[in-house]
Design a protein around this ligand. Structure first.
Ligand code: FE2
Ligand code: FE2
Length: 191
């Protein structure tokens, strides 16, 4: 079967060209530059900042899960710890995608907070920690929404990854908002 016998389907690449491209520059990683719709360098740069953001989230949630104290802090501590694990998973996925695109994931702790969209804020008390996490999650949600639009059809794999992470970040934001309402008793401004 040939993919390109019918010239009325110009969106399908010639199978020979696809095979030739796939054989080129094997050191570059999983994605062949010629077939990538966007700018791989730019994509790697963006994903490095996403990686830094996720790593800062891992550190913040881990610190909070240990430092949280007070009456009724048990459930919150457990949730912080679970979020820390999920942020770690996101960091892993993003780092793997950077590698697939031919980049080297940047785990350098020296420059982590300057490259991250979210901040490392220890939080003075339990409510403070919940607020800091809600802010960080809102930043993450807005950031991922933007990135989904950016990657669009040019890089569907990265877009789908961003969508998968966004879903979890929205759940995180919701969890933090629920805790805030439970601890401050201010229902009503959820949406
Ligand atoms: Fe995350
Ligand atoms: Fe999150």
């Amino acid at each position: 079967m040939s993919l390109n016998n019918d010239t009325s389907t110009p969106f399908l690449s010639d199978i020979t060209a696809l095979r030739d491209n796939a054989r080129k520059s094997l050191g570059d990683g999983a994605v062949v530059a010629e077939s990538y719709g966007g700018d791989p360098e730019k994509a790697i740069e963006i994903l490095q900042s996403v990686l830094a953001t996720e790593l800062v989230c891992v550190l913040r949630y881990t610190q909070h899960s240990i430092a949280a104290a007070g009456i009724n802090s048990g459930a919150v501590k457990a949730e912080f710890a679970e979020h820390a694990r999920e942020e770690q998973e996101h960091a892993q996925w993003v780092a793997e995608r950077i590698t697939q695109l031919g980049g080297t994931p940047d785990f350098n702790p020296d420059t982590l907070t300057s490259r991250s969209a979210s901040q490392f804020a220890p939080g003075k008390n339990l409510v403070d920690m919940i607020k800091e996490n809600l802010i960080a999650e809102r930043i993450a949600v807005a950031h991922y929404q933007e990135l989904i639009r950016y990657f669009g059809d040019n890089d569907p794999t990265t877009r789908v990854l961003m969508e998968r992470i966004l879903k979890v970040e929205e759940e995180h934001a919701d969890d933090m908002h629920d805790f805030l309402v439970a601890h401050e008793g201010q229902p009503g401004d959820k949406h």
